[in-house]
Design a protein around this ligand. Sequence first.
Ligand SMILES: *Cc1c(COP(=O)(O)O)cnc(C)c1O
Length: 374
Amino acid sequence: MGKIFVTQPHLPPLDEFYPYLQEIWAGKTLTNGGPMHQRLEAELCDHLGVQHISLFANGTLALVTALQALRITGEVITTPFSFVAGAHSLLWNGIKPVFVDIDPVSLNIDPRRIEAAITPQTTAIMPVHCYGNPCDVDAIQRIADNYNLRVIYDAAHAFGVTRGGASVLNAGDLSIMSFHATKVFNTFEGGAIVSPDAKTKQRIDQLKNFGFVDEVTVVAPGINGKMSEINAAFGLLQLQHIERAIARRREIDAMYRRLLGDVTGITCVAPTGQDTANYSYFPILVGPEYPMSRDELYEFMRANDVLGRRYFYPLISSFPMYRGLPSAAPANLPVATALALQVICLPIYPAMTDDDVERVASLFSLSERCALVY
Ligand SMILES: *Cc1c(COP(=O)(O)O)cnc(C)c1O
């Protein structure tokens, strides 16, 4: 029996990729907004139901650029329960992150705690749709409007997620996506910013190309954030398979919920607030009633070649470059601190077989017995 990783990138059949490569070789445009890049932007707008997309080399450069595009400065309110790139993008812009605790059900930033964290230096809120579960975007927007703050969503997990009949990517001022190999939709490395109007997209497109407006005019200290034609071509191919890939994820999600629903001490984090989910992660919480601690269960799974991941542990706020901030104190983040010690994301990816899912689930009844001798 082989190892079961937390995810496995979805790779369409290789022979389907050759025609795209032939087209690139024939056209000899390798990057800088070539035909594959333009097609992928258009097809993604269509597929996701958004107005404007700017592709990026990765999600982190998209985050850094989104903050630049809106000229965010001072302090930004964000969640500690996420991937570290979010807070890093603030430091790269000389912005101070202010961590706010999460909601115990959605695991997203708790809107009820945002107002207390606002100071005269606050300019924006950067929430994350954690595991693809939409934030309470209405509550967050009300606060942003009251205090004249911008909202940039880290939507790295929210590919294809809809809420109230529309894409959740339309919420706030900007949304960023990641198309990293581990994500539901991947271009090997890649990312994007969703913007609401053509003017904002134009500024973002300039910023990702060194700030060039035309051959001789540079208007900002932009970065090189461009996606290459190979990556864009792979995205076009991937898009043709995405619905089947998500449908398989849905089946796996349902199997886990059926097999683990009755395990004492294990909570399968429920989808909240969306009409279409993408089943990108399968987080469980290991509670005190479970016979093993989270870390014992994690090690037990590893010993059985099931490589879950403790997303998101450690909290961003506990890394050395953040833990000195007043808002990083565990006492300020009791829910995130507690849940970071309970969470494990179980393997979920389209190529997972029913047998794989059963093998993962069987460890829970096994571990209940093994706990006595562990
Ligand atoms: C993956 C991820 C990112 C970073 O995206 P990259 O494409 O890897 O740079 C940012 N935020 C979250 C929440 C992520 O999961």
